[in-house]
Design a protein around this ligand. Structure first.
Ligand SMILES: Cc1cc2nc3c(=O)[nH]c(=O)nc-3n(C[C@H](O)[C@H](O)[C@H](O)COP(=O)(O)OP(=O)(O)OC[C@H]3O[C@@H](n4cnc5c(N)ncnc54)[C@H](O)[C@@H]3O)c2cc1C
Length: 504
């Protein structure tokens, strides 16, 4: 055993709502907790960006459960959903209301519960349309002030330390230095996979690290084909996502128009602009391809009065919203991930996973709106409590290679461009089985090239690229293996006739 090993009882990786909940729960068990996060500011976690809110059970958990099951096309795991809906209110009361004192919006008779698409009752707690930051910032401050928790920011986990089926810690990189960090238990809370696609609502550097690390260590990964795309991300001229335009704008009367100025959604679905997210995403993609652009016409509503926050964001980005907001589908949420049980335990001893990087079974093939903050909170608390109490056992780790913090910029840029292009074209909102096979071939080759590099160098961006390539390959492979169109996984119907060529 190395004498000078750095140890902690519980090592949490990631500072979103799930990681913070796990750290809090383990610290409440009197364990020493270290929380390592790549983020340097709260905005580095998707949790900060959440807009709509956090759902809770109202009269009975059964109605909440029925909505989750229906949104997932019946594919969610009913036992996992029970865990979520039965623990929702206690977790929200304990952490958000009593510990953090989050002031959710009120109306005359108490909390102002709202409703989002596919919810059958008003059950969503919110603060303005910026719930995430009103939860995330006080949570981060509270955990940071806790005597039992040390937060290491700007610190990335590069890989897990594993020996004979047990996870003993992780290799952490900070300021170019890489050291092993040993722990009784490790909790992965690294969030989603936004950077695998050219357009995403997630913050920068969301490269699927936790899933990549867990997969490379041999943990089971499930349901990676279920990637949710948001249909209306506001895009700038270079096609970069500026911000998310919430479904509420369409709910209040916003209309989608193509590059010819025509309203097109009624031709795609009886519910037009309020059709399910995946239907709208596919239609927006098709119309952008056919006519060059799609805009969200907000003239039917009093946009400035109803959505002052979005008006501000438009102005920040120089968008004249009176002319319509340019929109495109963008990667938003991963329903699958590292397989875990009802306490966040993965298939590897002493390794836990919580939040968006995990696959609890709650979302199945599609997620009900405003359930992911809740899932991170509920599973974070349960996993943190369970992870506490194990002794760290430092082991010899292989010497890491010569550090090279400066991954040649061109290498990273070229590989990421290739990866995101393949994911967008072949593993996006619509999938063709033959194209999925081609995508897998490209991604396998790319992963091989990155692996060869990893054998000679160590740097954070190289490891991010590695995790992105492992994770992308998993999404493509699971998509290719699933022959049924369900939820967010849409296969093009090969039996359909190709469109007739037009006269011009
Ligand atoms: C724009 C937007 C709006 C949303 N609106 C809602 C909503 O209204 N309601 C709702 O329920 N959900 C919403 N979601 C989804 C929800 O916000 C996320 O699913 C949830 O916050 C994920 O929490 P998390 O803790 O798992 O991950 P995150 O909050 O993304 O945190 C991940 C953390 O891991 C860190 N990290 C990653 N890799 C490493 C590494 N290798 N080493 C160290 N640290 C690492 C990151 O820096 C970050 O701190 C929204 C998401 C977005 C993007």
């Amino acid at each position: 055993m190395p004498d000078d090993a750095t140890t902690t009882d519980v090592l949490v990786i990631g500072s979103g709502i799930a990681g913070l909940a796990a750290a809090l729960a383990a610290a409440r068990e009197d364990d020493d907790v270290t929380l390592a996060t790549k983020a340097t500011r709260p905005e580095g976690a998707s949790s900060w960006w959440a807009q709509g809110g956090i759902a809770v059970s109202r009269d009975t958990p059964e109605e909440f459960k029925a909505d989750i099951m229906a949104a997932s096309d019946g594919t969610a795991d009913p036992d996992a959903v029970d865990v979520l809906v039965e623990n929702a209110n206690e977790a929200v009361e304990d952490v958000l209301l009593e510990t953090l004192d989050v002031e959710f919006d009120q109306n005359g008779s108490g909390h102002d519960f709202t409703r989002e698409a596919a919810h059958s009752e008003d059950r969503i707690l919110h603060v303005d349309a910026a719930t995430g930051k009103h939860i995330h910032v006080p949570f981060l401050n509270y955990v940071d002030d806790h005597d039992g928790v040390e937060i290491l920011d700007d610190t990335a986990a590069l890989e897990l330390v594993r020996h004979e089926g047990r996870v003993h810690g992780a290799m952490l990189e900070s300021d170019g230095e890489v050291e092993p960090y040993f722990a009784g238990s490790v909790v992965l809370a690294t969030g989603g996979i936004g950077d695998l696609y050219p357009r995403t609502t997630n913050p920068d550097n969301t490269t699927g690290d936790g899933i990549g690390m867990a997969a490379l260590a041999g943990a089971e990964i499930e349901d990676m084909e279920y990637v949710q795309f948001h249909p209306t991300a506001c895009v700038l001229e270079d096609n970069e996502v500026a911000f998310l335009v919430s479904e509420a704008v369409r709910g209040e009367g916003g209309l989608l128009r193509n590059g010819d100025g025509e309203r097109f959604m009624p031709g795609y679905h009886a519910d037009a602009e309020l059709a399910p997210r995946d239907v709208v995403a596919r239609a927006v993609k098709a119309e952008r391809e056919a006519t060059g652009e799609v805009t969200l016409d907000v003239s039917p509503l009093d946009f400035a009065a109803e959505f002052p926050g979005l008006v501000e964001r438009c102005e920040e980005h120089g968008i004249d919203w009176t002319e319509g907001i340019p929109v495109a589908p963008a990667e938003h949420f991963l329903c699958g991930g590292i397989s875990v049980d009802d306490r966040g335990r993965t298939t590897l001893d002493q390794l836990y996973a919580v939040g968006e990087c995990s696959r609890t079974g709650v979302h199945g093939a599609n997620r009900l709106a405003s359930t992911s903050l809740l899932e991170g909170l509920v599973w974070g608390l349960r996993a943190g409590e369970d992870a506490a109490g194990a002794e760290p056992e430092p082991i010899e780790t292989p010497e890491l290679l010569e550090r090279d913090p400066d991954l040649p910029e061109r290498f990273a840029r070229d590989k990421f461009q290739r990866l995101t292009r393949v994911m967008d074209e072949n593993v996006g909102v619509e999938r063709d089985p033959a194209e999925l096979q081609r995508a897998m071939a490209v991604l396998r080759r790319l992963k091989g090239e990155v692996d060869a590099y990893v054998r000679t160098r160590t740097s954070r961006s190289l490891y991010e690229l590695r995790h992105a390539s492992v994770t992308a390959l998993l999404v493509a492979r699971h998509a290719a293996e699933n022959e049924e169109s369900v939820g967010t996984h849409n296969l093009v119907d090969a039996s359909e006739d190709p469109p007739e060529p037009t006269a011009d």
